[in-house]
Design a protein around this ligand. Structure first.
Ligand SMILES: C[S@@+](CC[C@H](N)C(=O)[O-])C[C@H]1O[C@@H](n2cnc3c(N)ncnc32)[C@H](O)[C@@H]1O
Length: 658
């Protein structure tokens, strides 16, 4: 393997050199670069994309990385007699921001020496992506969802498209938010393999790659990196040309890889203009404010609450794909049951057949530093509504060993679960889980439709009311307890909470300015986020004790808490519902519909509820928590007539809380 350590040292020397040159020659280019990105990002990132003080550091690193990568490329091509490559930054428009810098003769000489000592061209693509990832990883780059897809995930994503590399001769492929081009890189290297194996002629390959490969991004560095990465994996094609006299950069300029925001002019790509046979993407995951998007009306049909960029990109992909075209995306699992994505889920069911889903169960470590549970979904756009086919489902922890993962084929109507006008995606790699789901939802209503109770979010945002928070109750009517998630355990309520960090926000002094009136009836309290150590468990619920209301007739609840308030004199339901929510079956069902550790009131409302069962559960009189949990599970399993295998499966997935 090549000597990366020396190369990285050279890169930091190069960055120092850029930094020096920047002071005298780079300011104008930086200002133009900054203005461009700021403009492109302004609909999405309200506080500005980059802090102007930190942005030069990033600009300098990008320049160093791009100049290092192009110099390496040029030298590899020379020593392998593939041909000459000149003036990368002049061939491509996006180069204007980076071309003011010229690499010094001494540094260039040392890079050339490095290439001579490390001539293996097979390693070239890997070396360049490593350099790019290491450079970008150290920079502030969360704001536009700039996380790059690791090769193993890109390869799996590409395999789910079922796209044959030879199809690129007649078909068009796009990545609408390409980053450094890690997804299309897999496709291009497959095209290069075809050329190597003489199944495709090198000249035709260059022509189709130039014509049929599309990528978009709003950052110039992304466009230049994508072009260079794709060029690197195309080296076997260039080699076949036998030392052409043309400038290699001009031979394969990738004219359809463009600095543009495809969301802002979606009408140019959609419906009658839909031309893509393959849309692949790992779009940014970023909440945006609808009113800030000048083009928000174009996405009206899939908005339902606060939009997220990933949701817009997925819809963009569906609308830009041709009939029979494939759409394969890496997205957060919030799409499975999140309220804000309910319209998108419906539209996807209307227009597409879901072909494959791969869910990653780890909350982090799947790619980059992203802390979200993610999944890959592959869809085929239908010409006209057809009978849905089967979905290939896989579950992986973090993507390691993906190629050998167990896969199951499931009917579409099991995975896309419809009930009470709602549609959620229930994902599991075991057929038993769907049998359990079927039994639990058979002839029962949804929690949200239960007349006796109301599901709410606590709503009190403590850090917006800091001046009213108190650590002690001074006994006046104006002092109201504030219930936080720290008070809630499985069937356990503790006030004040044991967690020392909460000690300064136990009471609220109701001063002028606090508009909430508080709650004054008994309720069930539910944590909104589950700690990681509660393996398999999502719902942590307890009843608010009667005694508490006697002491404090009014209470506030933080927004990290969901509440179930009784609407009338239905006292019995509270105990029954708490037992149901804490049960293994309810947690199992919730895990199937929701991949994240968050628990919204909308998703809670989608759980099945049976009045008859609640009455049975409400009748349990056991003070010991573990006995209560075991008894509730026993009653629930027998109520739903679950068999031994089904019970074993639930118990294995959802351990009892410690
Ligand atoms: C998660 S990264 C893409 C990762 C890419 N698949 C890869 O593996 O290299 C998301 C990219 O979307 C880009 N982006 C953000 N908003 C965009 C927009 N409105 N239009 C196009 N690209 C956008 C960001 O600049 C970033 O490069």
């Amino acid at each position: 393997m090549a000597d990366i350590e020396t190369l990285e040292k050279l890169l930091s020397e190069l960055a120092k050199d850029v930094s020096e040159a920047y002071k005298t020659r780079g300011i104008d280019a930086f200002n133009a670069y900054y203005e461009l990105i700021q403009n492109k990002a302004s609909p999405y990132v309200q506080n500005g994309f980059l802090d102007k003080k930190k942005a030069p550091k990033r600009f300098i690193s990008e320049i160093a990385m791009l100049h290092m990568a192009t110099t390496l490329f040029e030298e590899w091509c020379l020593i392998h007699e593939i041909g000459e490559a000149n003036g990368y930054f002049d061939v491509h428009n996006e180069g204007t921001y980076f071309s003011w810098y010229k690499i010094s003769k001494t540094l260039k000489k040392r890079i050339v020496e490095w290439v001579i000592a490390n001539p293996d061209i097979q390693d070239a693509p890997q070396i360049i992506s490593l350099l790019a990832e290491n450079t970008l990883a150290g920079l502030h780059r969360r704001s536009l969802g700039e996380f790059y897809t690791p090769t193993k995930i890109s390869e799996h994503l590409y395999s789910l498209t079922n796209f044959e590399a030879c199809n690129i001769v007649t078909q068009k492929a796009v990545d609408p938010a390409c980053g450094s081009g890690n997804l299309l890189k897999i496709l291009v290297s497959d095209v290069a393999k075809l050329v190597k194996e003489e199944q495709l002629n090198a000249k035709s390959a260059l022509k189709v790659l130039n014509e049929n490969l599309y990528c978009y991004d709003i950052q110039p560095v992304a466009i230049l990196m994508t072009k260079l990465q794709l060029l690197l994996v195309s080296l076997p094609i260039l080699e076949k040309l036998n030392n052409t006299s043309a400038n290699l950069y001009e031979l394969l300029p990738f004219d359809n890889i463009k600095l543009t925001d495809p969301l802002s002019n979606s009408q140019d790509y959609w419906d009658i203009f839909a031309k893509f046979d393959l849309v692949m993407g790992n779009p940014p995951f970023l909440k945006v404010v609808k009113e800030n998007l000048p083009f928000h009306k174009d996405f009206q049909e899939i908005f339902s609450g606060q939009p997220n960029l990933y949701q817009m990109f997925l819809w963009w992909a569906v609308k830009s794909a041709r009939a029979d075209g494939t759409i394969t995306f890496l997205i957060p699992q919030s799409i499975r049951s999140g309220q804000y994505f309910r319209k998108l889920r419906k539209e996807i069911s209307r227009f597409c057949d879901i072909k494959a889903i791969t869910c990653f169960t780890a909350q982090e470590g799947v790619f980059d530093s992203v802390k979200q549970q993610v999944m890959i979904i592959s869809l085929v756009k239908q010409k006209k509504p057809q009978k849905p086919s089967v979905i290939t489902v896989r579950k992986s922890y973090n993507g390691n060993g993906l190629a050998n993962f167990k896969e199951v084929e499931l009917p579409q109507n099991q995975v896309v679960f419809q009930n009470g006008g709602e549609s959620i995606w229930c994902v599991s790699d075991s057929g038993i889980d769907y049998q359990i789901l079927g039994k639990a939802y058979k002839e029962t209503r949804l929690f949200k439709d239960l007349e006796q109770v109301e599901i709410l979010n606590g709503g009190f945002v403590w850090n917006q009311n800091k001046s009213s928070l108190r650590s002690h109750n001074v006994g006046e009517a104006n002092f109201v307890p504030l219930i936080s998630a720290g008070s809630i355990g499985v069937h356990e309520f503790s006030f004040p909470p044991k967690d020392e960090r909460l000690k300064n926000r136990i009471f609220v002094e109701r001063t002028y300015g606090i508009t909430q009136s508080g709650y004054s009836t008994r309720s069930i309290l539910i944590k909104r986020t589950t700690p990681k150590k509660m393996q398999g468990r999502r719902i942590i619920a307890c009843e608010l004790p009667k005694r508490f209301l006697e002491d404090y007739p009014v209470y506030f609840c933080e927004n990290h808490v969901n509440l179930v308030l009784r609407k009338n004199d239905s006292e019995g339901y509270l105990a029954g519902l708490t037992a149901w929510l804490n049960s293994r079956l309810a947690n199992f069902l919730f895990g199937m519909m929701n991949g994240s550790s968050h628990l919204s009131k909308y998703e809670l409302g989608l759980l099945p509820v049976s009045i008859e069962l609640l009455q049975l559960l409400g009748g349990i009189k056991l003070a010991d928590k573990n006995k209560l949990l075991l008894k509730s599970d026993e009653i629930i399993y027998s109520f739903y007539k679950l068999n031994v295998t089904q019970i074993k499966r639930i118990n294995q997935l959802i351990p009892l809380p410690s």
